[in-house]
Design a protein around this ligand. Structure first.
Ligand code: OKP
Ligand code: ZN
Length: 350
């Protein structure tokens, strides 16, 4: 079978967040360059994948998904000194438009946590990360491609139209979904990251043409704490087109797969989309230092297979996953699962 297109740009490695603030503690930042290197090495070692460099992201694609002040703020951060890192410490909740995005100290107007640093490399890395997602969406349908992969890093699913946070700056999956939407296609986004994709949810909350389904840890005691509850189901014309499935602490593979079978996959089938964007977080892995679920590498393969059996043209966009030593093999397990699910006859040994 033909190689599966995977997209990555080396400039994504120029952004190196070193630490974050977690409830007053300064901890090593989990969203390291080693994550992308682990996945890249695994893709390059596997003949199923063809790793390519994306084309530059058109400004229009960025502006369709994100508000100008947020983008201006990222430009302001490019003026930081080499090695300098900026963290917002003031988060205005009633700012009434008084933030000036050319002043870095105002950054908290567009940010919701202290885990998501700005450096001079943030914007170029995040832009290439988004370019991977757009290019993977463009690859669908070309030469019979039914599955593509964006090695997006930094991740994106927590970024809203106007806010960054949760290690996310630009919403890569949303940019891919917007592209697929053009021409009137119906798109579903399935977010399997351990954390709720609050950014993706909010971007499409009122949109009936993009179904957003997220399976994640209970936001009562897991990040992002403010969204992802089951009673959030969409609004206005989008009412009924958002679904949140909350799983308990310690959820293991069998329980996770049952939730997919009983709730998630039926909802996706009922919507009958033309294409699927998979927000492919791998932080449900049992060794993950951020999440507390118990999925094994084999479970992730099975998650992929079940999603693949939907037989939808699918763009997989990398989100979280922080146990670097196994990240590459877990990404490959999920992706190979998707391939097997889509084409059980094709893959056995390739
Ligand atoms: C990003 B993604 C407490 C701080 C909260 C934020 C987690 C962001 C996860 N340690 N950490 O969804 O994988
Ligand atoms: Zn996550």
């Amino acid at each position: 079978m033909s190689a599966l297109p995977a997209f990555f740009h080396p400039e994504q490695l120029a952004f190196k967040p070193r630490y974050e603030w977690a409830f007053g503690e300064r901890i090593d930042h989990p969203e390291t360059t080693g994550r992308a290197e682990s996945i890249l090495a695994a893709l390059q070692a596997d003949p199923l994948f063809s790793v390519r460099t994306p084309g530059a992201l058109p400004a229009a694609a960025l502006q369709r998904t994100h508000a100008q002040p947020l983008l201006t703020l990222y430009h302001t951060a490019t003026l930081l000194e080499p090695g300098e890192t900026f963290y917002p410490t003031v988060f205005p909740k009633e700012s009434q438009g008084r933030g000036d995005p050319t002043r870095l100290r105002h950054a908290g107007h567009w940010c919701f946590d202290a885990g998501t640093p700005l450096t001079r490399e943030t914007l170029p890395a995040a832009t290439w990360s988004a370019a991977c997602a757009l290019e993977a969406a463009r690859a669908l349908g070309r030469d019979g491609v039914t599955l593509s992969y964006a090695l997006s890093r930094p991740p994106g699913h927590h970024a809203t139209r106007g806010l960054f946070g949760g290690y996310c700056y630009l919403n890569n999956a949303a940019i891919a979904a917007r592209h697929l939407r053009r021409g009137g296609r119906r798109v579903a986004i399935l977010d399997i990251d351990y954390h709720h994709g609050n950014g993706t949810q909010s971007l499409f909350y009122r949109d009936p043409n993009v179904l957003v389904v997220s399976v994640h840890a209970d936001p009562t005691d897991a990040f992002p704490y403010f969204a992802g509850f089951p009673d959030e189901t969409g609004a206005g014309p989008g009412q009924g087109y958002t679904m949140n499935l909350v799983l308990p602490r310690g959820t293991d593979g069998p329980r996770y797969l049952r939730a997919l079978d009983d709730h998630v996959l039926p909802a996706l089938r009922a919507y009958a989309p033309d294409a699927l964007v998979l927000s492919a977080g791998l932080d449900t892995y049992h060794l993950d230092p951020v999440g507390d679920f118990g999925l094994t590498t084999e479970d992730l393969h099975e998650v992929g297979a079940r999603i693949g059996r939907l037989r939808l043209p699918t763009v997989a966009v990398q989100e979280g996953g922080y146990y670097t030593p196994d990240l590459g093999r877990n990404a490959v397990a999920l992706l190979r699962g998707l391939v097997v699910g889509q084409r059980p006859e094709a893959v056995a040994s390739s």
